[in-house]
Design a protein around this ligand. Structure first.
Ligand code: G16
Length: 553
């Protein structure tokens, strides 16, 4: 049994954070997310309190520091949420998502008992003293107005169970993942870096300078920061980077208004650009200018430009993946180590059919398809020596296996070309945030590759031509009735819905569509592609009608 005073503290600490009547919580694609407007009565505070307890138990279990990030990322400013970060900076292990859901749905009067059971059950195989094992949690938040209030709920839980914690204030989600990994690998052979924000900037800037050696980036990059935490953090990073004149990069930061929290993700940001397939209306970019957009917590990035005829062209996560894979495959070939390393790409059903075909047929690299959610892609990518994973929405990174790192670090160059390739690969290992998809790290990586290849955005786009596609969000009575299978490419329920979708697809050349319940918003998402824009749009609206029909109460 846990000490009675600790259990009493859990009950007392929870008092200000009851579950609103009728509220049900579910751990989704990236943690818990919901409306946080009206703040204290929205019920997210209760979830955050229970997440504090979960983080404590998880930290004891793993004997390591656990991270908690308060953010709702791409969601509207009124929403908020929470993601848990495991010791290596990856997402919470899936078997614990159920535990988190159960605890979140536990009313205050049963919380202390539930926490005790959780600790007992999860530490069942361990020695008794583990109850006393110190737990450590680090946390941060994005710029949402509800953040500071939710942090008080988190601290209340951590104080109740006597957990040591460090509040990192405002960070991007990937910065917190970086810090968690650094803390847990400090002084080990796998040391990831200095566990501070400064350490993050220095690691990235040093790697960037190395890999940029002898290359030049053409023209400035405009970065739309979605009026989120990415803006102040990117501005900070810029101080560590050489400018264009110094052989580095000129970055123009736009949509950096973090003073008005309601501006977050509003008519700007990666989700807006990807979904609407247009530049933010505020954009002052000229034809040919290289632009990219981050999301609210800077874990996603998509590129775009307009051409001379003002036509908008999106270079999304699929493109960043292929760009990165081409570069890494080239570099391993030049370095003479390609035979020792298996490179692969991980995508989801949202990947454009043309991107998948390009990877398999032109790059001749294997593709793995997983359900939505970086937690799924990350694990699949870890099965390759160099695993490049990106969701089409711009969320992704590259993972280097221990074997790949060893081969790259130990290879002895036989020519100046090999030396340069090996140095570039070594720097990429540091430039790319392997803990998790990181918009800031990803954009530097993309810039480096474009510079190495001397490619304009147009050259990049010409590698393959996307099939026209359309994404729509459909509001339904209860999205939980839509259950997907086959990496979310088919619906297994409600009965008959998939057959209707199949019938729609058959009417179009290269028609492909699917529908799945979002795990971050209260909608069903529909994706459709076809050989022309009009047909992709028609297919999307027909499938949306199917969803509305089956989803009406
Ligand atoms: C989160 C996840 C992503 C996912 C996205 C949308 O992104 O981390 O993996 O693609 O939600 O998920 P869904 O379609 O289930 O709503 P973010 O950037 O919001 O954290």
């Amino acid at each position: 049994h846990l000490p009675p005073d600790l259990l009493a503290a859990v009950t007392k600490g929870a008092e200000p954070y009851p579950i609103p009547p009728g509220k049900k919580y579910q751990y989704g694609t990236a943690g818990f997310r919901m409306k946080a407007a009206g703040i204290s009565n929205a019920g997210l505070d209760h979830v955050i309190y229970t997440v504090g307890l979960i983080a404590a138990a998880r930290s004891k279990k793993r004997n390591a520091t656990i991270g908690v990030m308060i953010t709702a990322s791409h969601n509207p400013a009124d929403d908020n949420g929470v993601k848990l970060v495991d010791p290596m900076g990856d997402m919470l292990e899936q078997s614990w998502e159920g535990l988190a859901t159960t605890l979140a749905n536990t009313p205050n009067d049963k919380l202390a008992k539930a926490y005790e059971e959780l600790v007992n059950d999860t530490l069942v195989d361990e020695i008794r003293q583990l109850h006393e094992r110190p737990a450590k949690v680090v946390f941060a938040r994005d710029t949402r107005a509800s953040g500071p209030y939710l942090i008080t709920a988190l601290k209340a839980a951590l104080d109740a169970v006597k957990v040591e914690y460090t509040d990192y204030g405002l960070l991007t989600t990937p910065q917190l993942h970086y810090i968690v990994r650094c803390v847990n690998t400090l002084n080990s052979p796998y040391a990831f870096g200095e566990p501070t924000e400064k350490g993050y900037y220095e690691k990235m800037a040093t790697a960037f300078k190395t890999v940029m050696h002898g290359r030049a980036i053409q023209g400035p990059l405009t970065v739309d920061c979605a009026n989120g935490v990415g803006a102040p953090k990117l501005k900070e990073l810029i101080k560590y980077l050489p400018s264009g004149k110094e052989g580095g990069i000129d970055i123009k930061v736009v949509n950096d208004d973090v003073v008005r929290p309601e501006a977050l993700n509003l008519d700007c940001g990666a989700d807006y650009v990807k979904t609407k397939q247009r530049s933010p209306p505020s954009s002052a970019a000229q034809p040919g200018d290289r632009c990219c957009s981050l999301d609210g917590d800077a874990d996603r990035v998509v590129y775009y430009y307009t051409d001379e005829s003002k036509t908008f062209h999106l270079l999304d996560g699929d493109r960043i993946a292929t760009l990165g894979a081409v570069f890494l495959a080239d570099m391993t070939r030049v370095a003479g180590i390609d035979q020792k390393l298996k490179i692969g790409i991980v995508q989801t059903a949202y990947a454009n059919g043309a991107a998948t075909e390009y990877v398999e047929k032109v790059l001749k690299l294997p593709v793995t398809i997983t359900p939505t959610g970086v937690k799924h892609l990350h694990h699949a990518a870890a099965r390759y020596d160099i695993g490049v994973y990106f969701e089409a929405n711009g969320h992704g990174t590259v993972l280097f296996s221990d074997n790949a790192i060893k081969v790259i670090k130990e290879a002895v160059p036989k020519s100046p070309g090999q030396k340069h390739a090996l140095e570039s690969l070594r720097a990429c290992i540091d430039l790319i945030n392997q803990a998790v998809g990181d918009a800031i790290s990803d954009l530097l990586f993309a810039e480096v590759v474009l510079a190495h290849k001397s490619w304009t955005p147009e050259n990049w786009r010409n590698t393959y031509i996307d099939l026209p596609n359309r994404l729509v969000a459909v509001a339904v009575h209860d999205r939980s009735i839509f259950k997907a299978t086959d990496a979310e490419r088919r619906l297994e329920s409600p009965k008959g819905a998939q057959e209707d979708i199949d019938r729609c697809c058959q009417m179009y050349v290269k028609g492909r569509a699917f529908a799945r319940a979002s795990g971050t918003e209260d909608v069903v998402r529909v994706y459709a592609e076809a050989h022309s824009k009009t047909e992709a749009e028609k297919l999307a609206s027909q499938v949306a009608e199917v969803i509305k029909k089956y989803g009406s109460a």
